[in-house]
Design a protein around this ligand. Structure first.
Ligand SMILES: CC(=O)N[C@H]1[C@@H](OP(=O)(O)OP(=O)(O)OC[C@H]2O[C@@H](n3ccc(=O)[nH]c3=O)[C@H](O)[C@@H]2O)O[C@H](CO)[C@@H](O)[C@@H]1O
Ligand SMILES: C=C(OP(=O)(O)O)C(=O)O
Length: 429
């Protein structure tokens, strides 16, 4: 385990470029198993989740070549079995291997949790429901799950209980190679789901409704190789916006996805943080740290996280950490996860005045007497970021323990902050 040591209280200014989006890269990497032709991906973030899946590919004989920010994957044409012990642990995207492995081998054996970040239950039921609809047979004894589909996927009509990102991707990977037409209602519409549809389309898949909550897919006989680019990470762009605005720095964030971040930027402005959209990305400046008043005075200012096009749950910890100086009341509402806000007790160690109303809602009640602190992050990538963002604003030395999950999604995070003038370093325990 490693911790991060921070001497806070310095405005962070300069220019930063944004890395590729983890949640866009991972379905592309898993989806590469749908073809035996080469796949080339650029703007690849060097992150541990991606490396774990590539390691599994190498152990099944696939050819994997990586350089600074791109990768080439070339699978053998005759993969007939993949041992369940090779499935990576500790990452949610292990669920994205279900469909392509079943497609390749007719069978998937799974005996771990596929939970990823500790945000709540992280169920696999929607994935199993989707696969059942495609004709898979599922045997589950509470520990080990065996999914078989020896005759190939058959087109399915699925309506998800909720807009699940990875269940939508599981659906897509079965539908594109299924016999016949498939439809998905209540599909997730996140930018990374859209880029995954574009990737599959590049491989020859026939998908309509891309970017909407209803997807129709015409199955094809065979998919080809593809060359594609991972889109920039809007979570990371928002993270640097939170850092620049909350430390009072002038930070130019270069990215091509800022036009998709209008709602995200508005939430920063609501809580008194100076972030705006430019032609080349985002820019931050000294903030008012005053929560905007509502025209309807009875209503509390809210930041509500829900499936896209709402504000993303994966940016909530960063905006919470950035708001600890803001005067006024804000209700942060995580409508997605039932276990994503318990870390707020760590925020109180900095003197932040927060009240956890219930597992989904956190009330921030104006700036308190902030002080540096030693805090411990849960196994949640974006909470490590949220705690670092809080510490960066407070003069004096703070420590964020158990900070390793950052490596799952954000390459060179500490080095990038140092380049902006932060006094911050990793310490190995
Ligand atoms: C590898 C990957 O891509 N991981 C992302 C993916 O996880 P993942 O695909 O696991 O997340 P889901 O979209 O399935 O949602 C996770 C959980 O949220 C709850 N839920 C979700 C939506 C909803 O309308 N109602 C509801 O109750 C359910 O308990 C569900 O189990 O999407 C999440 C939500 O954007 C992100 O946080 C994760 O970073
Ligand atoms: C929750 C996240 O990841 P995962 O679903 O992979 O745990 C995240 O990316 O913030």
């Amino acid at each position: 385990m490693a911790y991060i040591e921070i001497q806070g209280g310095k405005p962070l200014s300069g220019r930063i470029t944004i890395s590729g989006n983890k949640n866009a890269l991972l379905p592309m990497v898993c989806g590469s198993l749908l073809t035996s032709e080469p796949i080339e991906i650029s703007n690849v973030p060097k992150i541990s989740d991606g490396l774990k899946i590539l390691k599994m590919f190498e152990s099944i004989g696939s050819d994997v070549v990586q350089d600074d920010n791109s990768m080439k994957i070339d699978h053998l044409s005759d993969i007939t079995h993949i041992n369940s012990s090779l499935i990576p642990v500790g990452i949610r995207s292990a669920v994205l291997l279900f469909s392509p492995i079943i497609y390749r081998t007719g069978r998937f054996e799974f005996d771990q949790d596929a939970k990823g970040c500790a945000l709540g239950v992280r169920e696999i039921d929607p994935h199993l429901e989707v696969l059942k609809s495609f004709g898979c047979d599922i045997a589950y004894n509470g520990q080990k799950c065996v999914i078989t589909c020896l005759d190939g996927f058959k087109g399915a009509d699925v309506w998800l209980d909720y807009q699940s990102v990875t269940a939508t991707e599981t659906f897509l990977m079965a539908a594109v190679v299924a016999k016949g037409t498939s439809t998905l209602t209540n599909a997730a519409c996140e930018p990374h789901v859209k880029s995954f549809c574009d990737y599959l389309t590049g491989m020859g898949a026939k998908i309509s409704g891309v970017g909407t909550s209803i997807l129709t897919v015409e199955g094809v006989e065979k998919l080809s190789g593809v060359t594609c680019r991972v889109p920039d990470d809007h979570h990371e762009a928002a993270t640097y916006a939170a850092i620049g605005a909350s430390t009072g720095g002038i930070l130019n964030i270069e990215t091509h996805i800022s036009s998709e971040m209008k709602l995200i930027v508005r939430q920063f402005q609501k809580v008194g943080l100076n972030v705006s959209i430019t032609e080349t990305g985002l820019v931050t400046g000294p903030s008012s740290f005053r929560v905007q008043k509502n025209f309807t005075p009875e209503v509390i200012t809210k930041v509500e996280a829900a499936p896209w096009p709402y504000f993303p749950a994966d940016i909530l910890p960063q905006i919470i950490g950035a708001s600890i100086q803001s005067e006024g009341e804000v209700l942060f509402w995580n409508k997605v996860y039932e276990g994503a806000l318990f870390w707020s007790s760590e925020l109180q160690k900095f003197g932040a005045r927060v009240h956890l109303s219930d597992p989904h809602r956190l009330l921030m009640i104006g700036s308190g007497q902030l002080r540096p602190a030693t805090v411990e992050a849960p196994y949640i990538i974006r909470v490590v970021l949220g705690l670092v963002i809080a510490a960066l604003q407070i003069p004096g030395e703070s420590v964020v323990k158990k900070a390793d999950p950052i490596a799952r999604a954000h390459p060179d995070f500490i080095e990038k902050l140092q380049s902006l003038g932060a006094d911050i370093r990793w310490v190995e325990e």
